[in-house]
Design a protein around this ligand. Structure first.
Ligand code: COA
Length: 218
């Protein structure tokens, strides 16, 4: 309700002030805020207004989340396969984010499952910056695997966008349950998205993991 009041207030304000050329930006900020895809600090609304009015400010730090919002405008989530031209970039991303930090190389992995997987990538302009793979396991059950976002893009809602696209596609494709092997350090990320841990801790690629699952309800 509070959010709706803010929306109404901002939209009316924008129109009254004849800032029509800026309404698109206001809409973007609000839809990001409402969808929860991008972190917006409501305390900074005054700042957004001052930016929209074109006022200058000396404090560049205050612009940080505004600029990350502008960057999010250019994030695209798409579905590819192992035969797609982006696959080489996806390989580098997985190697950099999921293997090198733990002293391994993707070159030593058996990647045969990639051939049957549905691959979701996040792109910023021409660059692949995040990914997640859907592996069919059994009737109605899919595995979410190889979830990775480049460090400089982490914490901006891209992982969440990828999982949302993954789950939408999985549900529409007839899957009712997702399971995954979650690195212990990423448990909080998945539990925030509705996944529940089960079973005992186990080691994979030399680091602690837990099984997690989620029933898809559409
Ligand atoms: C885990 C990972 C994919 C998350 O992607 P991301 O784009 O950084 O995540 P988002 O910005 O969409 O985060 C969504 C929410 O999860 C939280 N979150 C993200 N990573 C988290 C973590 N490791 N632990 C706890 N919470 C986490 C965010 O703070 C955010 O919370 P909010 O809803 O309160 O704002 C990314 O950090 C990554 O690539 N990590 C290294 C590789 C890895 O561990 N992959 C998982 C293998 S199982």
């Amino acid at each position: 309700m509070q959010k709706l009041r803010i929306v109404h207030y901002l939209k009316t304000f924008a129109t009254q002030q004849k800032w029509k050329r800026r309404i698109k930006l206001v809409d973007f900020i609000l839809s990001s805020f409402l969808s929860g895809n991008v972190k917006i600090n409501p305390a900074n609304f005054a700042l957004y207004f001052s930016i929209l009015r074109g006022e200058k400010t000396a404090n560049k730090e205050l612009f940080k989340d505004f600029f990350s919002l502008k960057a999010m405008e250019n994030i695209q989530i798409s579905r590819i396969s192992a035969q797609s031209p982006e696959y080489a970039e996806l390989w580098r991303l997985r190697d950099e984010v999921l293997r090198k930090p733990i002293g391994l190389s993707l070159a030593n992995d058996d990647l045969s499952r990639d051939l049957v997987d549905t691959i979701f990538i996040a792109r910023h302009q021409a660059n692949v910056i995040g990914c997640v793979l859907l592996h069919p396991l059994e009737a109605g059950v899919a595995q979410l695997r190889a979830m990775a976002v480049y460090p400089e893009w982490q914490g901006k809602g891209i992982g969440r966008l990828l999982v949302m696209a993954f789950e939408k596609y999985a549900f529409e494709d007839g899957y009712s349950k997702i399971i995954l092997h979650a690195r212990k350090v990423a448990l909080g990320f998945y539990s925030g998205l509705g996944y529940t841990a089960y079973g005992d801790e186990f080691r994979e690629v030399g680091i602690p993991h837990f099984m997690m699952e989620k029933e898809l309800k559409g």
